[in-house]
Design a protein around this ligand. Structure first.
Ligand code: GLV
Length: 321
């Protein structure tokens, strides 16, 4: 029997490739160089399944070139890289990896929050440069307190809730805003209070954006929203580039309209708005929210299980459509 053909669009863990190779004819981009759309289309020719990342854009034009494709299995919880209605029209299943990366992404979100609040990257650079000449200074690197502060979370899905849970150790007051309000029992469990967006922006010391990207959340945080924040507040985005208007945030950070920002995602990644680069009050990481070794193994295995299920005629554990 002819084995089904699958494409793994980026370099992933060899043990997952090996396991998939027992069932399928696997082409693996072990070199890990992101492919341009035309290259991706070329590699997808004759493939029944694709295991992909958020960098691979599956739009109508690409899907039209993939008549054999049955499943796109994203190695990610987000799937804004895929035109899901177009895939559905063509009978292509789309799957993702929800749940398995919540805690790891919440940990990174907190790392950014704490690094921005206590100016960790700036202080680290200061020590490395050899600028630390006097052992202790009462006014050295004064930052923001995290404990007993107000945390505002915009987007209270699984990851937003994992961010909220971590706040209890810091005795924080937690506000959240979400498309739909949580059940009362969940609000109690998370010790989080619903607030409309304006109130959340005005009262929070830390505003964490955890909303997925869609046309509806494009520039959800722009100049008008930043203007509502406290001058001492810190904005954290580890959700998706484009949910925050980078140009507006650069302006606000430059003018010190807010105290700082922690960013893991950017509009047009891997390009970063050059305005951020000479600002000290922003700490940045290169889209590594879920990047712990253990979590990436589980994400790859989850994506492999989703793709395998569809290609073997079963319902995938994590369907998007
Ligand atoms: C990564 O960005 C993801 O959506 O999992």
């Amino acid at each position: 029997m002819n084995r089904k053909a699958v494409l793994i669009t980026r370099g992933i863990l060899p043990e997952v490739v090996e396991a998939l190779s027992k069932r399928f004819a696997v082409e693996h981009n072990a070199e890990d160089r992101p492919w341009a759309p035309e290259e991706l289309a070329q590699h997808l020719r004759g493939k029944h399944g694709a295991m992909a990342t958020v960098m691979d854009r599956f739009d109508e034009a690409l899907l039209a070139q993939c008549p054999d494709l049955k499943v796109i299995s994203n190695i990610a919880v987000g799937y804004n890289n895929i035109d899901v209605p177009a895939a559905t029209r063509r009978g292509i299943r789309v799957t993702n990896t929800p749940g398995v990366l919540d805690d790891t992404t919440a940990d990174l979100t907190w790392s950014l929050l704490m690094a921005a609040a206590r100016r960790i990257a700036e202080a680290d650079a200061y020590v490395r440069r050899g600028d630390w000449k006097i052992a202790f200074g009462v006014q050295y690197f004064l930052g923001q307190d995290i404990h007993h502060a107000t945390l505002g979370i915009i987007g209270m899905g699984r990851i937003g809730q994992a961010v909220a849970r971590r706040a209890s150790g810091f005795d924080m007051r937690v506000l959240y805003n979400n498309r739909t309000r949580l059940a009362e029992a969940d609000e109690k469990r998370l010790n989080a209070r619903y607030a409309d967006r304006d109130r959340l922006l005005a009262e929070s010391d830390f505003v964490v954006v955890m909303a997925p990207y869609s046309p509806a959340t494009h520039h959800l945080i722009g100049a008008a929203e930043i203007a509502k924040m406290k001058p001492t507040a810190i904005l954290v985005n580890s959700a998706r580039g484009g949910v925050v208007d980078d140009a507006a945030l650069v302006d606000a950070l430059r003018a010190k309209r807010i105290a700082g920002a922690g960013l893991d995602v950017f509009e047009g990644e891997p390009k970063v708005n050059p305005g951020y680069l000479d600002l000290r009050n922003v700490v940045m990481t290169p889209h590594i929210g879920s990047a712990s070794r253990a979590t990436r193994i589980v994400m790859c295995n989850t994506a492999a299980a989703n793709m395998t299920a569809v290609l073997e005629g079963r319902d995938p554990p994590n369907p998007v459509n």
